[in-house]
Design a protein around this ligand. Structure first.
Ligand SMILES: [Zn+2]
Ligand SMILES: [Zn+2]
Length: 66
């Protein structure tokens, strides 16, 4: 995985700077979008990249680099 690739939500198109929810190899900003909406993001309180969202599909979460 390269570091400079932007991830955008496949549903609402927001640029995801935190841990995306990955469903079917597509990136979603939140579990709401991953289910076709509505988006449940709180845009004033987006999760930080270092925070692990509890909604990640484990299948796609590979550990690399360490
Ligand atoms: Zn979204
Ligand atoms: Zn969202």
């Amino acid at each position: 995985m390269r570091g400079d690739e932007k991830i955008t939500c496949a549903n609402c198109g927001i640029t995801i700077t935190w841990k995306p929810t990955i469903v079917d190899n597509k990136f979603y900003c939140c579990i709401g979008c991953s289910q076709g909406g509505p988006c449940t993001c709180d845009y004033s309180r987006l999760p930080r990249p270092e925070e692990k969202a509890p909604i990640i599909v484990k299948e796609a979460a590979e550990e690399k680099g360490r």
